[in-house]
Design a protein around this ligand. Structure first.
Ligand code: SF4
Length: 371
């Protein structure tokens, strides 16, 4: 059964999913598929004595296979799909002039906050599912298409830096044909606990590659875990250039960095697109108050609830020092700088998916159902 950790003040109840995941791993009638979010790889090593920001994706893939996961993927692939869909949505809204600014939808705590406090902006939030939800939908669709070859039940487990992601998977508008796409979310802390319980020392494992067909992602997908990363990834895709100097120029527009609200104006096809990047909900409130007062005007706004983005999420190891989050953030940018594919549009696996599994089902699998 599922157990829960209760906060001493009674204010927060954090759902724990370690036990049900052990159960499905032991069940020979299930195929258990993992996806690992960007921010997890640069933080989990801290539980095993690695330096902050070290990339542990290969070690983690290896550990997950020891635990019994049948396939291991990178949520960055889902992030590439999100970039492609959200960029298209931005272009459409710019053309129509409707519901601007477009707000990002990949942080579920922000989505809930907006619905509760600023319901008048609900339609401004992107219809895109988040990267974990897009990837979950693709994995379940693949299982449905291959059910004659493999009769096992596919169970999708997301490894996330975030406790709000545990609630996101239960939101019915993310379901496909009424079925939940992601079955369980484990935080970085929970998967570290499972690895330790199995007697595995992450640092002694030989790093392993991810599985195919979905184990390929761009560096743009990885930077989703840092504040400004979603915007940077969307701009890389929309400008269409893969030249190093152009990619660097986007990074230095002012959207990456440490401040709570950052602004930039970027020229896309002759039009100035006004962008804001926000981290922290207090800053989101400030920005919306300024929008209401007519003091500012934007076309695209990225909001992340956690200070500095998902690297600093509630499911991550408690930061040891103020610099910890920046070390993790730098780790994601190092990961990106070493990635062979820089923009989501260059990801050949995503392109194949659009020609195959997603064809004619893009809206059904990648967007919210009610919209
Ligand atoms: Fe979760 Fe924080 Fe990332 Fe939002 S910013 S998705 S709350 S970890």
């Amino acid at each position: 059964g599922q157990c829960r950790v209760v906060c001493p003040t009674g204010a927060i109840v954090i759902k724990r999913d370690v036990n049900p995941v052990w159960d499905v791993l032991e069940d020979s009638n299930t195929k258990v598929v993992a996806q690992i979010a960007p921010a997890v790889r640069v933080a989990i090593g801290e539980y095993f004595g690695l330096e902050e920001g070290a990339n542990s994706l290969g070690h983690l893939a290896s550990a997950l296979r020891f635990l019994g996961f049948d396939e291991v993927y990178d949520t960055d692939f889902g992030a590439d799909l999100t970039v492609i869909e959200e960029a298209a949505e931005l272009v459409e809204r710019l053309k129509a002039g409707d519901n601007l600014p477009l707000f990002t939808s990949c942080c579920p705590a922000w989505v809930k906050f907006c619905e509760n406090v600023y319901p008048q902006y609900r339609d401004h939030i992107s219809t895109c599912r988040s990267p974990q939800q897009m990837f979950g939908a693709v994995l379940k669709e693949e299982a449905r298409m291959k059910k004659d070859e493999d009769s096992r039940k596919t169970v999708v487990v997301s490894i996330m830096p975030c406790t709000a992601k545990k609630e996101e998977i239960h939101r019915p508008e993310h379901f496909t044909d009424g079925e939940q796409d992601v079955d369980f979310v484990l935080t970085t802390a929970e998967i570290a606990e499972m690895i330790k319980a199995a007697g595995i020392d992450l640092t002694n494992l030989t790093p392993e590659a991810l599985d195919m067909p979905f184990g390929m992602a761009s560096g743009a997908g990885a930077i989703f875990g840092a504040t400004g990363g979603v915007t940077e990834a969307v701009l890389r895709y929309l400008t269409g250039s893969t030249k190093a100097e152009d990619i660097e120029a986007i990074h230095f527009t002012g959207i990456s960095g440490r401040e709570g609200i950052k602004e930039a104006t970027v020229n896309l096809d002759g039009r100035d697109v006004r962008i804001a990047v926000v981290n922290g909900l207090i800053n989101a409130s400030k920005l919306i108050d300024d929008l209401e007062a007519g003091n500012v005007n934007y076309d695209f706004v990225e909001v992340m609830t956690c200070k500095n983005g998902c690297v600093n999420g509630g499911g991550q190891p408690a930061p040891e020092k103020p610099e910890t989050k920046f070390n993790r953030q730098n780790g994601l940018y190092r990961f990106d700088s070493r990635a062979q594919i820089k923009t989501s549009g260059q990801n050949p696996v995503a392109a194949d998916a659009y020609e195959g599994i997603l064809k004619g089902k893009e809206h059904k699998l990648l967007h919210n159902e009610k919209i």
